[in-house]
Design a protein around this ligand. Structure first.
Ligand SMILES: *Cc1c(COP(=O)(O)O)cnc(C)c1O
Length: 423
């Protein structure tokens, strides 16, 4: 694991093939700098974001591309030959028309973007696949992250597939399934006594000390976060190359929500869709709802909180992209709402019962928040709404174990079954 920090420093002087990515731009004052594994602008201390020089991108080329996020490589910061390297190749998950759920909630149309179908069963495979591709181009050989769980699974799996070492840091309170689903890939999994915000701080320090480690959501974060755009690209392509009218997105750091917004704008800019108005709604659990609080109190900054919720994959008390989420939501005439843990469980059960899709707690947050936004009149029942279901229920069985189970335990004969069913 002592790979060539020197090799990398030398590499920093050459220019990299990251496809259409042209440079890094600071989010606050727009300072520009060459593409590099850096995440903060040293002039205004704001996050760096990838800026592009898009060539001509045609629908036919995308449609003829691979059945993975790499079909959108001309809109991502990845090398032009990205598909030639081992990666998890996530994406192209189902967009399900959810008529039963729409009926239960009393709205015209709902679509479920079902990201439980990714290789490690959450949307995090998208961001990690892009981070790995960019990190390879920068000359890294170790993939690392601080994680609330899903990212740990995705990093450990992608590193294994690429033949890289991985260093994954998680809070010691993490769900058992997420620990095992990381450890099985045999990288280095470190359990840290502390919450996610402690783990994240530790990772930032380690990233400073180990220059040969690509921390997907720290030093290569500008590239990583662009992977979330593929959710927006896919939704638009699956709707027949148009933007949805309303979309509900769960918020942890807030990156995904801002990148879905960016993806819709880019699709319009490059002419892949006819630009049309869309509204973005953010979903949080009440036990960790700093962005929802800021939205409701009309603040521009987000006050950190100490998380306490069963929705651990969203339990980031100091969300890095919080202020930018507020920008996206306000600009698109959306809202941010939060729901209790009891509502999260009811949201998981409602989606399972109506559509046969078993989501993790983050999905419960999205469904329950959608219901609340409909009930309080913020979401328009006559417009169509897309819900991002970002992770699989098998990862958070604890959340439902006290709420569902067998109707009865019976002797192996037909009378016993009939009687249990009240027949
Ligand atoms: C990480 C995560 C999110 C949100 O991620 P952001 O940090 O806001 O980009 C949503 N759902 C699940 C299941 C996640 O693991």
């Amino acid at each position: 694991m002592t790979v060539a920090a020197d090799t990398r420093t030398t590499a920093a002087n050459k220019s990299f093939d990251l496809g259409p990515a042209a440079e890094l731009v600071s989010k606050e004052e727009g300072h520009r700098q060459p593409l590099a594994p850096e995440f903060v602008c040293l002039e205004d201390f704001s996050p760096l974001e990838v800026a592009y020089d898009f060539g001509r991108v045609r629908r036919e080329d995308i449609e003829a591309g691979p059945r993975s996020i790499w079909r959108y490589k001309h809109l991502l910061p990845v090398p032009s030959n990205v598909e030639e390297y081992p990666n998890t190749d996530p994406g192209c998950t189902k967009l399900v028309r959810a008529d039963n759920l729409a009926k239960a909630l009393g709205v015209k149309r709902i679509w479920i973007k079902d990201d439980t179908g990714n290789p490690t069963h959450s949307f995090k495979d998208r961001v990690v696949a892009v981070a790995l591709a960019a990190a390879r181009e920068f000359g890294f050989k170790v993939l690392a992250c601080p994680s609330t769980g899903n990212l740990a699974n995705a990093v450990a799996s992608a590193a294994a597939r690429a033949g890289w070492d991985s260093v994954v840091l998680v809070p010691s309170s993490l769900e058992r399934a997420k620990v095992l689903m990381t450890a099985v890939y045999d990288g280095s999994l470190i359990s840290v006594d502390g919450n996610y915000d402690d783990v994240n701080r530790l990772a930032t320090e380690l990233a400073g000390e180990h220059e040969d480690w690509a921390f997907v959501n720290v030093n290569v974060r500008p590239y990583y976060s662009e992977g979330s755009k593929t959710l927006g690209f896919e939704v638009a392509e699956q709707l027949g190359w148009r933007l949805p009218e309303q979309i509900v997105v769960p918020i942890a750091s807030g990156s995904q929500l801002t990148k879905v917004d960016k993806s819709f704008r880019e699709l319009g800019e490059v002419g892949l869709v006819e630009p049309s108005p869309y509204r973005i709604f953010g979903a949080q659990a009440s036990g960790c709802s700093p962005v929802a609080s800021a939205f409701k109190e009309d603040h521009d900054t987000v006050q950190p909180v100490r998380p306490d919720t069963i929705a651990r994959s969203l339990a980031i008390g100091a969300p890095a992209d919080g202020p930018y989420v507020l920008d996206s939501v306000r600009r698109t005439n959306g809202a941010v709402e939060d729901v209790t843990d009891a509502e999260v469980v009811e949201g998981i059960r409602l989606l399972a019962r109506t559509e046969g899709i078993f989501a993790e707690t983050a999905g419960g947050v999205t469904v329950a928040t959608t219901k609340k936004l409909i009930d309080n009149g913020q979401l328009d029942p006559d417009s169509e709404t897309v819900l991002l279901i970002t992770g699989d229920g098998l990862k958070t069985l604890d959340a439902v174990q006290d709420h569902v189970g067998p109707k009865a335990t019976v002797a192996p004969n037909t009378e016993a079954v009939d009687s249990a069913l009240g027949l």
